[in-house]
Design a binder for this molecule. Structure first.
Ligand SMILES: [Zn+2]
Length: 335
């Protein structure tokens, strides 16, 4: 136990006392792409007692360039990211609790998913879920660490309820929205690697109660070598800071969402309940090519590929057309 963490305990800001605090801490990592894989591996190795990893997606070849714990075997096995992350990280540290959850984080389940967490970490690629995290954080007084990366740059900030500005205070500011736009700029791996590393360092500080917790928006560009801090203050008319949790109140919920930069659309079906993939496969065998495992079912039909999860959710690939995706879902999956 002590030997495993000896180099970290030698670091005087953590020490034995800090290590004990980490061991008793619980974190929820929402999104396990480039940022989430970096954060998860850092915190699992650091000995955070309970690490919950939540992600809605499965692994594809274009993820391997920057999502550092996945490999080709995971793709061949048809694994969702949360399951592959759990399997890999349990081999790294068997002395802590690691839980992978395959789910789309939404207004209906977020409070349950982050229950008991001392800290929430953002490994997401979309604004809507970040605003949802922001609401749940302020409402339940759980700090969260925002992070985003695109192209060669990224940014991160801690949102500490009652202390710092919240995400909604500044998300419309030009400095932030530029980097948050879902566009076709691509991304090089050092950008999310450094942002994920900064998020992990802030997590260690927050969980051990360190004095030097960052209160600024940090902006990094790895290609140009820029590193800057921006001071942000609370916005007087911020709804979230005044207890109006509009995102948690489901006012922005949608049924079909185009996934940022992935050329695919996710279709949600809250009424579906638990879907038997075996039964669904039997029914769909006559309409198209079907394969499935316990985590997901793939259907090739009408020249499209659709992936269905046991919670009734589906991802339709190679399209950004939400109406088309909803139509395919209604036609083949239904209720
Ligand atoms: Zn605010």
């Amino acid at each position: 136990m002590i030997d495993r963490y000896s180099r970290q305990i030698l670091f005087s800001e953590i020490g034995e006392a800090g290590q004990k605090k980490l061991g008793k801490s619980s974190v929820a990592i929402i999104g396990c792409g480039a940022l989430g894989t970096v954060i998860a591996t850092a915190l699992v190795r650091a000995g955070v007692g309970r690490v919950r990893i939540i992600d809605r997606d499965f692994i594809e070849y274009h993820n391997l360039q920057r999502q550092v714990i996945f490999d080709e075997e995971d793709i061949k096995a048809g694994l969702p990211k949360a399951i592959a992350a759990e399997r890999h990280l349990k081999k790294v540290n068997s002395t802590i609790e690691i839980e992978g959850i395959v789910a789309d984080v939404n207004y209906a389940n977020i409070e349950r998913l982050v229950a008991g967490a001392d800290l929430i970490l953002d490994g997401l690629d979309n604004m809507e879920t970040r605003l949802l995290i922001n609401d749940v954080s302020l409402k339940n007084k759980i700090p969260w660490v925002y992070g985003g990366a695109i192209s060669s740059s990224g940014m991160t900030m801690n949102i500490i309820p009652g202390e710092t500005a919240c995400f909604r205070c500044f998300w419309a500011s030009p400095a932030v929205s530029g980097a948050l736009t879902c566009d076709t700029a691509g991304v090089i791996s050092p950008a999310p690697l450094i942002i994920g590393a900064l998020q992990s360092a802030e997590a260690l500080k927050i969980l051990t109660g360190a004095a030097e917790v960052n209160h600024d928006l940090i902006i990094v560009d790895v290609w140009h070598g820029d590193f800057s801090h921006l001071k942000l203050s609370k916005r007087a008319d911020c709804p979230s800071c005044h207890g109006k949790y509009e995102f948690l109140g489901a006012k922005f919920g949608t049924r079909a969402t185009s996934l940022c930069g992935q050329n695919s659309v996710q279709v949600l079906n809250p009424e579906a309940g638990e879907v038997s993939l075996a039964k669904l496969a039997k029914r769909l065998n006559s309409v198209g090519e079907v394969s499935y495992n316990e985590f997901m079912l793939r259907l090739q039909v009408d020249g499209r590929e659709m992936v269905v999860f046991p919670d009734g959710r589906a991802i339709v690939k190679d399209t950004n057309d939400e109406a088309l995706a909803r139509g395919l879902y209604a036609k083949y999956i239904g209720n």
